[in-house]
Design a binder for this molecule. Structure first.
Ligand code: NAD
Length: 477
């Protein structure tokens, strides 16, 4: 057994049942060990302590500067554990260690520092002129106990981007990691404990989706923060609607990488690993529809196929690996189903198979289809694997039309030697965020989707509002 306890109320708490998850190494398929799986009684226990910690007021009523100090210590403790974090993530979801080391290990704790700064700068009460009385005191208050539901693809970033604003606002939390990445949550819990985060503020209970649903419906929860698939998000949103419970949703995507006529192809191909294929294609905002002008079509197809075909596929723990395995056997089967569909919808120009040396791990070759029409299944549905579709276009207006002809609106990118021109095109793309000659999220700027990619924003000061509520006190004389 790797972990036989849950982190509830700063105690390593014995589970209510013997249920467990089998943890597998995505690169080898081998079983690494077992971890405890929460049931509804464990959720009750976690919500009870989070509720008591919130209602007791020690955390929510703490001076923001003091909360900020604790958050910075938490970030420091996480930094000390960066290699452990990276290894935990890569073992389970196949993220190449070079990526998890940077994004999940080293950089993710900066999110806590960023929101610690915001906590200190936050104006908690302002006095406004009154229409009928003397003045109004407008207060910002923490929203309460937050249920945070985390997916498996970037579990540390996607946890901390909820923990940061929630902690800064004075909320307490019950965090449900995905069964697909459980190990990192123990590293985060150890760091929180070492940092002196008060008991009950953060509680981790890894569970499956049914128990996750129990958590989001729990009467002790005041707000739900969800990141995951559009299908699950829709279900959660419907339930939260019935309960009139605030919910933010960070969902799927099918973004476009628009290559304008003057794209520098070297710049584009070198941007593919982060903008189109990050984490083996298991990233929500990637530009997996590559829109190529007909005037340069063959050249672009050759360059993309050549670059993607030469990427090193291998064990996630190998620092030389560009593309690791997929996160689970079931997920690989899903991605392979899309590749089969793609063979009838486009021209396979590289990849499409399991690499020779894949052994027990859940590998697929990075795959590129050319001559794809935007109505094709592989151009419309989120595959969440290393599969790219190249779609030809004639004229910029058509490129924008194709980019916007999607159920999603999360990320994307525009490529051109002329940045101002690229920006003008980016402004016409219906999406929550977009990159110019690349794509990398930034902690200080809002990130989130429109259409079926979600509701609300994470990152930046914009994320704070989801964890706060307002109270107006009207003074009449
Ligand atoms: P998923 O929807 O299967 O699961 C996400 C999390 O929700 C897991 O913890 C799961 O156990 C839980 N869950 C599922 N149904 C639930 C329910 N009814 N009630 C409570 N909890 C429930 O998604 P996944 O496969 O883990 O993650 C991949 C998906 O996440 C992709 O669609 C991807 O685009 C999306 N994603 C979006 C963002 C973003 O910021 N927009 C970021 C990362 C991933």
């Amino acid at each position: 057994m790797l972990h036989d306890r849950f982190f509830i109320g700063n105690q390593w708490t014995k589970p209510a049942t013997n249920a467990h998850f089998t943890i597998k190494n995505a690169s080898t398929g081998e079983t690494v060990g077992l971890t405890a799986e929460a049931g509804t009684a464990d959720i009750d226990a976690a919500v009870t302590v989070a509720r008591a910690a919130f209602d007791g007021g020690d955390w929510s009523g703490m001076a923001p500067a003091e909360r900020a100090r604790i958050m910075r210590r938490f970030a420091e403790e996480l930094r000390k554990r960066a290699p452990q974090t990276a290894e935990a993530v890569s073992t389970q979801n196949g993220m190449p260690i070079s990526i998890s080391g940077a994004f999940e290990g080293d950089v993710a704790p900066n999110i806590l520092d960023y929101y610690a700064d915001l906590a200190e700068e936050m104006v908690l009460e302002d006095v406004r002129p009154s229409q009928f009385g003397t003045e109004t005191f407008v207060q910002r208050l923490p929203v309460g106990v937050v249920a945070a539901i985390i997916p498996w693809n970037f579990p540390v970033n996607l946890s901390l981007v909820k923990l940061g604003p929630a902690m800064a606002a004075g909320c307490t939390m019950v965090i449900k990691p995905s069964p697909g990445t459980v190990l990192d949550s123990y590293v985060m819990a150890e760091a929180a404990l070492a940092a002196g985060v008060p008991a009950g503020v953060l509680n981790w209970v890894p569970a499956d989706r049914e128990v996750g649903q129990y958590l989001i419906e729990h009467p002790g929860i005041d707000k739900v923060a969800f990141t995951g698939s559009t299908a699950a998000g829709r279900k959660i949103a419907a339930r939260c609607g019935e309960l009139l419970r605030p919910v933010t949703l960070e969902l799927g995507g099918k973004s476009a990488a628009i290559l304008l006529e003057d794209t520098d192809l070297k710049t584009f191909t070198q941007g593919i690993p982060t903008a189109c294929l990050l984490n083996n294609g298991q990233t929500c905002y990637l530009g997996t529809r590559i829109l190529a002008p007909k005037s340069r079509y063959d050249e672009i197809v050759d360059a993309v196929a050549g670059f993607v075909g030469a990427l090193k596929v291998g064990d996630a723990m190998d620092p030389e690996t560009h593309v690791g395995p997929l996160a689970s056997e079931e997920h690989r089967a899903r991605v392979e189903r899309y590749i089969e569909i793609g063979k009838n919808e486009g021209r396979l120009v590289t990849g499409g198979r399991r690499p020779g040396a894949s052994q027990g791990g859940w590998f697929v070759e990075p795959t590129v289809f050319a001559d794809v029409d935007n109505t094709a299944t592989i151009a419309r549905e989120e595959i969440f694997g290393p599969v790219l579709s190249i779609i030809p276009y004639e004229g910029e207006e058509q490129a924008i039309e194709i980019a916007n002809d999607s159920d999603f609106g999360l990320g994307g990118s525009v490529w051109s030697k002329d940045k101002a021109h690229a920006k003008a095109v980016a402004e016409k793309v219906q999406t929550g965020s977009i990159g110019l000659n690349g794509y990398v999220i930034s902690v200080g700027s809002p990130f989130g989707g429109i259409k079926q990619s979600g509701i609300g924003r994470e990152f930046g000061p914009e994320a704070m509002g989801a964890y706060q509520t307002y109270k107006s006190i009207f003074a009449m004389n």
